[in-house]
Design a protein around this ligand. Structure first.
Ligand SMILES: [Zn+2]
Length: 414
């Protein structure tokens, strides 16, 4: 499976239709969330997914009737700021159906203890998305057609039917698509994300050398057993600058928020708040792009050497975050910013795609405590010791480089 993410450029009418669908999906999530939450508060078993869907179809009609009634008593301008210009009837049914399934599954995952208690979706969150039926989506080289966003068959309204894509010929045409979604980031940029199954196609496989590489990950850096040293994103100059600017923008935004509350204005009407939010979103976007770019750079420079296999640690990132201790406060903070999980998953699938073997070391394999020369275990090693000194054979070596060599040995032995 391979996922494509391409930016789309809808015109104004298409954009409003997409925005309406996004808002209605969040409203649907909130209704279902409150319904299921009330069962759990009473300690009663929650109903099945199909029952919830049947209950929602009745609710949908009630809500639509309510909005129609309210709309009669309002002026056009007032209704525009109140989400009342849309009915559930106007929105694609597949998007709503998937929204119910997703919300239901988040509760099921909680019961199976796979995740924490689910969170209610918010209207002003940074990232929103909705689902599109894979059999109703049509791609050409330059354009894409979505259900209920582009419905008009009239000749003079043909503009509405096709949405422009930013990249030409990126998404393959005439194959089966999996889980297509439209994503809105930072209230202005729209993407389409779609999965395509091309794991068996032979063109991606490469000829590898006979080398094995161990990779050690830690908060400050990524070190390989070939003595390559990559700085972590959080230690780079441009990242620190962007974080500083985002903090400043966030502070200004909250000041605007308080001011508009004092004047009894809704957030959609206060222009200074909207202007400031745009600036804040710009920096949030920059930070995610810097992270992604840095990860791609590290992965590319590892893959370009064409090793036969790589060995990585199976990190328990969630377990590390949950440890509550005054000493580890600073470490936990940098863990939250560090994109460990993304790096590991991206490296794994990209290696498997081109034919590099991936070995995952056991979670309790202490790679940093072993000596890479004689195999002696030094159990009193502290986090502050940057240089590893072996008491048995007197080896002096950089701590992370030592761990990387151990991982390489682990891969060769297994
Ligand atoms: Zn030793």
């Amino acid at each position: 499976m391979y996922a494509y993410k391409v930016m789309i450029h809808p015109n104004n009418k298409q954009f409003t239709r997409i925005r309406r669908t996004l808002n209605k999906c969040i409203e649907c999530n909130n209704i279902i969330y409150d319904y299921l939450d009330s069962f759990i508060k009473k300690n009663v078993k929650i109903p099945s997914c199909s029952d919830v869907r049947k209950w929602f179809t009745i609710q949908k009609q009630i809500k639509d009737n309510e909005t129609l009634e309210k709309r009669c008593n309002m002026t056009n301008k007032e209704s525009r700021y109140n989400h009342l210009d849309t009915l559930f009837y106007d929105v694609s049914n597949d998007a709503l159906k998937q929204e119910i399934k997703d919300t239901y599954n988040s509760f099921v995952r909680y019961f199976k203890k796979l995740s924490d208690y689910p969170v209610r979706k918010k209207f002003n969150s940074y990232k929103k998305s909705f689902y599109v039926d894979p059999f109703k989506i049509i791609f050409t080289e330059k354009k894409v057609k979505l259900e209920k966003i582009a419905v008009s068959k009239k000749q003079n309204r043909q503009v509405l039917n096709w949405i422009n894509m930013a990249e030409v010929g990126r998404i393959p045409v005439g194959v089966t698509y999996y889980n297509p979604r439209v994503v809105l980031e930072g209230n202005e940029r729209l993407y389409i994300v779609v999965g395509v199954d091309d794991s068996n196609s032979p063109k991606h496989k490469i000829a590898t050398t006979n080398n094995t590489v161990g990779i050690d990950l830690n908060i400050k850096s990524v070190v390989t057993s070939d003595e390559d040293y990559y700085k972590s994103v959080t230690k780079t100059k441009s990242y620190k600058k962007a974080i500083k600017k985002e903090k400043r923008a966030q502070r200004k935004l909250s000041r605007r928020y308080i001011k508009s509350k004092e004047l009894n204005k809704s957030l959609k009407e206060s222009k200074n708040y909207i202007k400031e939010r745009k600036i804040k979103n710009k920096y949030t976007r920059r930070i995610t792009h810097l992270k992604d770019n840095h990860i791609d750079y590290i992965i590319k420079s590892i893959i370009d050497k064409k090793p036969k296999r790589i060995c990585i640690e199976d990190l328990d990132v969630n377990g590390m975050k949950k440890k509550k201790d005054k000493k580890t406060k600073q470490i936990r903070k940098s863990l939250q910013q560090n994109p460990f999980r993304k790096l590991l998953t991206k490296l794994t699938y990209r290696c498997e795609r081109i034919g590099i073997m991936v070995v995952k070391a056991d979670r309790y394999y202490s790679s940093s405590k072993l000596c890479s020369n004689c195999g002696n275990k030094k159990s009193d090693l502290k986090l502050s010791d940057r240089v590893y000194i072996c008491p048995k054979c007197g080896l002096k070596i950089d701590r992370d480089y030592n761990a990387a060599i151990n991982l390489k040995k682990y891969a060769l032995a297994n």
